[in-house]
Design a protein around this ligand. Structure first.
Ligand SMILES: [Zn+2]
Length: 186
């Protein structure tokens, strides 16, 4: 497999490219418009076909085309095929009302779920109760060694583990659900 992280230092936005070099298929997660050329160059260099542009979230609501892709993906059992493997789509609302995460092997691409405070567009959590449930019931139920990859990383690393997040996340470690909800601006 081929895996690249694309990071925009000024905004702290992070995108990911995953590819199966044998099947010559790739997907990109949270691609930015300014990265179109570099992504195309990577695809050409490795003779890859781009199978899907996946978005964990969009701040102004989903564009109609993306909303259609999203519903198709969920209807297909929540799987995105990538060569002989697949990414599993997980419903993890919270940072935005309908944001998603993508699980590939032991790697979770979770958008702004664990890094909402670093989002340049929407530092205020859209759905605090849903966020708590997404983190506790979906992300923290994954094995401790699962790697987490955020799409927002201004001050912190985009890469962590479920174990480190359980232990050290300022909102999701040590606080009760009520503490967390009280902490959120109303
Ligand atoms: Zn965001």
């Amino acid at each position: 497999m081929y895996f690249r992280i694309l990071h925009d230092e000024s905004q702290g936005l992070v995108s990911y490219l995953l590819a199966d070099l044998d099947a010559r298929e790739a997907v990109v997660i949270d691609p930015r418009a300014q990265d179109v050329r570099i992504i195309e160059a990577m695809l050409q260099e490795h003779h890859l076909l781009l199978k899907a542009r996946l978005f964990t979230h969009a701040h102004d609501g989903l564009a109609p085309a993306d909303a259609q892709i999203r519903s198709q993906q969920l209807q297909q059992g929540g799987l995105v095929e990538l060569g002989a493997e697949h990414l599993r789509i997980l419903n993890t609302p919270g940072h935005t009302a309908d944001c998603l995460s993508f699980l590939w092997r032991d790697r979770l691409f979770c958008g702004g779920l664990l890094s909402a405070a670093e989002c340049p567009r929407q530092p205020k959590v859209a759905a605090p109760q849903a966020m708590w449930d997404s983190v506790m019931n979906t992300v923290f139920k994954l094995p401790a060694e699962t790697l987490t990859f955020s799409s927002h990383a201004r001050a912190t690393s985009p890469v962590s583990t479920v174990m480190a997040q359980r232990r050290h996340h300022p909102w999701f470690s040590g606080l009760s659900r009520d503490d967390f909800l009280n902490l959120m601006p109303h």
